[in-house]
Design a protein around this ligand. Structure first.
Ligand SMILES: NC(=O)c1ccc[n+]([C@@H]2O[C@H](COP(=O)([O-])OP(=O)(O)OC[C@H]3O[C@@H](n4cnc5c(N)ncnc54)[C@H](O)[C@@H]3O)[C@@H](O)[C@H]2O)c1
Length: 376
């Protein structure tokens, strides 16, 4: 690990598609230098209007000064923006500005912008370079690394996409200061997930920092983000297209995705659904005898300390949840699959779990866990 006061640097080793990730406070102050070093013919910055104003315009000014034509292409915030029609519109805007193969697309925003901009970059002229500048905690620790890009269809989430790796990821943790607290906490669910699947020391660190993290800050935030990126980078370099180990990143996502679908996207943030899903997955593991008894309880306590929900929504229909889980694109032959924990810090590749065990775990979930967190 290379550190310069608050700057961490790591590489995602993928042969000729390897790329660096820089993590630290104030990284954006040097964004002009980093982008100029790529020698782009032009830049297209995809972002939301508010983020354009806060973080985009200074980037434009610095690049225009260096003589690099730079275009801000704002799109509205929200999951609805991640759709086919918006891709078409953006591609046309790029063509109208005569962006050539040496252009660089910049994704300035959360996971919605990252997935959309990455996909646009994968499609334009059969693939141009793009840079991730993630501004939500979820995007900083997860979606900006690994090259999964794509959009939703009315038939389902992330049904269209491409693997297209960025050429650079610039993570400025100072941008999190403007992120609404609820979104920050949602990102903490993914942070805790990394500890659970791959890094027991990170799990302990996050628990030790829980009271400041739930307030959206921590002296050790850069280090925490860096450690998450390091885990993701390692897993992605071993299994770029999710043929094997990359699937462990889906811990908590089997029930999480189903809850998002059943409850309606937008009611639960993705990270909140994953938080609840991690408790369910730990209980499934306990029921089938893979996960040590008491793990789910411990996970729930830690999530609550971070201000995250752990209970299944009231009145949720298990049969409906199971139906959605069996239809998930990660299910196989209609069988529900779970990433299970062997212990904290060690996950097992997804396995099919029979319906009876899932129902038993969901019932335990409903009986044992009540929400103890309040705002704050
Ligand atoms: N590609 C992957 O590997 C991967 C992994 C996980 C999730 N995702 C995708 O990520 C998306 C969710 O991403 P998200 O949780 O970042 O949500 P998001 O991109 O919708 O951002 C959440 C909200 O925060 C606002 N925002 C972003 N940065 C801000 C800042 N610094 N200050 C103030 N407001 C800010 C946005 O405008 C938006 O309203 C989903 O579409 C999901 O499918 C992709």
């Amino acid at each position: 690990m290379e550190t310069h006061s608050t700057l961490f640097r790591l590489d995602v080793p993928l042969g000729d598609r390897s790329y660096p990730i820089l993590v630290g406070r104030g990284v954006l102050q040097h964004v002009g230098e980093h982008l100029r070093a790529l020698q782009p013919s032009q830049l297209a910055i995809l972002t939301h209007p508010q983020l354009a104003q806060w973080y985009g315009e200074p980037i434009v000014a610095s690049l225009q000064q260096a003589g690099i034509p730079t275009h801000l292409l704002p799109v509205p915030p929200g999951e609805r923006t991640k759709r086919w029609e918006v891709v078409g519109r953006l591609l046309r805007q790029m063509a109208q500005r005569a962006l050539d193969r040496r252009c660089v697309v910049v994704a300035l925003g959360g996971g919605v912008i990252g997935d959309l901009a990455g996909f646009v970059a994968a499609c334009y002229l059969r693939g141009v370079r793009y840079v991730q500048i993630p501004t939500t905690l979820l995007a900083q620790v997860d979606s900006s690394v690994g090259g999964k890009t794509g959009v939703n269809l009315p038939e389902g989430k992330n049904l269209v996409g491409a693997f297209h790796q960025p050429v650079l990821v610039l993570i400025d943790t100072d941008t999190l200061a403007t992120l609404p607290r609820r979104h920050f906490r949602a990102g903490l669910a993914e942070v805790l997930k990394y500890g659970l699947i791959a890094d027991e020391a990170l799990w302990h660190l996050v628990r030790a920092e829980a009271s400041s993290l739930r307030q959206g800050q921590s002296e050790r935030l850069e280090e925490i983000v860096y450690r998450c990126c390091a885990i993701k980078a390692r897993i992605v370099s071993e299994d770029e297209t999710e043929q094997g180990v990359r699937a462990i990143l889906n811990f908590g996502h089997t029930v999480g995705h189903a809850l998002e679908a059943v409850e309606g996207y937008g009611r639960l943030l993705h990270g909140e659904a994953v938080a609840i899903g991690m408790v369910s997955a730990a209980l499934v593991g306990e029921v089938v005898g893979v996960t040590p008894a008491g793990t789910a309880e411990e996970i729930a306590r830690s999530l609550q300390a971070l201000g995250l929900p752990v209970t299944l929504p009231q009145g949720v229909d298990f049969a409906r949840l199971l139906q959605v889980m069996a239809r998930d694109k990660k299910a196989r032959d209609g069988q529900v699959r779970f990433v299970l924990l062997e212990r904290v810090g060690q996950a097992r590749l997804p396995v099919a779990v029979n319906e009876e065990a899932v129902i038993r775990a969901l019932s335990l979930h409903q009986q044992k866990f009540v929400q103890r967190t309040t705002g704050g």
